[in-house]
Design a protein. Structure first.
Lengths: 142, 320
């Protein structure tokens, strides 16, 4: 059997993921996190000014996410929620925490260099796209 | 000619150990571990300990002079097997053919024994879910989104003593497989990667030994998974018009848990199922074992290369 025919056969036999359901779960869970964050923000805003309240909200979400990951239950919850928790800021903390757990027995240097194994590309491309967008903004304003 | 017939090679003794998820699965095991760490500091040490357990049991029960130990595992540069044999005064041939390593080890030993170069040899192998997860996929605690056609690396260890002394399990023939690549790039779809190589080796085995597919009471593939097994059956029907009398995939029967998706994976799957199901149930006389291995690493997958695979065949006769 040639490669094209084989890949066609494999494609036909491979079951399809239920993308619509996955998308709905991710949308629902992601939305819930948004609701939780808004609630936190409104409460914190009573004590702190707006800027500080936003920072504190993000901090709480990150800490919670890393906390669940280190307890060892994060991966189970996160897998069940599809991309609902991975995509928001909670996913970032989770990826760093899980990488650190993996390398904690290999010494501080290895742990440090591997901590951003998954999150590194988010930081890099986040900064790069911020630079590009800022440039565009400056040019348009001129 | 890469197929061999043997007249005086027997599996004299064996030992297996299985992990927690396997314990909760469909098969009953004599030895199991309750957690992935097996009372050790690291998961790597846990895997070494599992392999050591099997090797020690087999050596203590038989008190034979072991001429050669062959075997391998999945961890980088087969570290587990090498570290297991440190200062044990055992001559060692380290082998790697991914999940086909166990059959490869049996073939090397069987050829040595048949040619009267050695009398007794032990084949060992192991795999560990967390070790494989960390090496091939994502950090253990990351719990990435898995595709529904993926497989779950099996935790366990196995050792088999091969000897020229008679026993009721005879290794009767073998075939060394070719490296086969049908252009699949998805490392999660290992069943589809390995099925063509299983078909290739099956055809080679039957033609070189001049046998028909009905010669075997059952054909067992190593770790294609449920979907991989279906692809294999369809492929051998279309390519060579083979329909086996009975067939199952060892990996597909291990678990009873939807989180393992298509079933097990790893070099330890075939010995676990062979010794804890096929030999134990004693229903079949002529058994063909096709151990399938996917020969990729993360670098080659990241370079978007297609994934090659290999399959080694071992024919076993159970003497009642």
């Amino acid at each position: 059997m040639n490669k094209e025919k084989y890949s066609q056969m494999v494609k036909e036999m491979t079951p399809k993921e239920n993308r619509l359901l996955n998308m709905f779960i991710a949308f629902f869970v992601g939305g819930l996190i948004g609701v939780l964050a808004t609630f936190l923000f409104l409460q914190l805003n009573k004590i702190y000014n707006e800027e500080l309240a936003v920072a504190a909200t993000l901090l709480i979400l990150i800490t919670l996410s890393a906390f669940f990951t280190t307890l060892g239950i994060g991966d189970t919850i996160f897998t069940k929620c599809k991309c609902g928790i991975i995509i928001p800021i909670t996913g970032f903390a989770h990826s760093v925490a899980s990488s650190i757990i993996d390398y904690k027995k290999e010494g501080f240097i290895n742990m440090g260099s591997n901590a951003f194994k998954l999150a590194g590309s988010v930081i890099l491309y986040g900064v790069v796209s911020a630079v590009i967008l800022t440039l565009i903004k400056v040019i348009i304003n001129v | 000619m890469s197929s061999f017939k043997y007249n005086n090679v027997y599996i004299k003794d064996y030992e297996t150990i299985a992990g927690p998820k396997e314990k909760a699965g469909n098969l009953e095991f004599k030895n199991t571990i309750n957690d992935y760490y097996y009372e050790e500091e690291n998961i790597e040490d846990a895997e070494i300990k599992m392999q050591e357990f099997c090797l020690d049991k087999v050596m203590k029960r038989n008190k034979k002079k072991i001429d050669v130990v062959t075997g391998g595992d999945l961890l980088n540069q087969i570290a587990i097997t090498s570290y297991n044999l440190v200062n044990k005064e055992l001559p060692f041939l380290g082998l790697y053919n991914a999940c086909a390593t166990f059959n490869e080890s049996l073939i090397v030993l069987a050829n040595h024994i048949e040619s009267n170069l050695i009398k007794n040899g032990i084949a060992i192998t192991s795999s560990h879910n967390l070790n494989a997860e960390r090496q091939y996929r994502f950090p253990i605690e990351y719990g990435s989104q898995k595709k529904c056609y993926t497989t779950f690396t099996t935790t366990g260890g196995a050792a088999a003593l091969l000897s020229n002394e008679k026993s009721n399990i005879k290794i009767e023939a073998s075939t060394i497989g070719n490296v086969v690549d049908y252009g699949i790039k998805d490392a999660a779809h290992m069943g589809a990667v390995m099925a063509p190589s299983a078909s290739n080796t099956l055809h080679k085995h039957l033609t070189e030994l001049n046998r028909s597919i009905d010669y075997y009471d059952i054909i067992v593939t190593g770790d294609l998974g449920s979907l991989g097994g279906e692809i294999f059956l369809k492929l051998i029907k279309e390519e060579h018009d083979y329909v086996p009398r009975e067939y199952f995939d060892a990996a597909s029967i291990l678990y009873d848990d939807p989180e393992t998706f298509q079933g097990g994976s790893g070099p330890v799957v075939l010995p676990l199922v062979l010794f804890n199901k096929i030999i134990k149930e004693n229903r079949y006389k002529k058994i063909l074992l096709l151990a399938t291995g996917s020969l990729h690493n993360t670098l080659m997958v990241n370079l978007k290369k297609t994934i090659p695979a290999i399959t080694h065949a071992i024919s076993i006769e159970v003497i009642k």
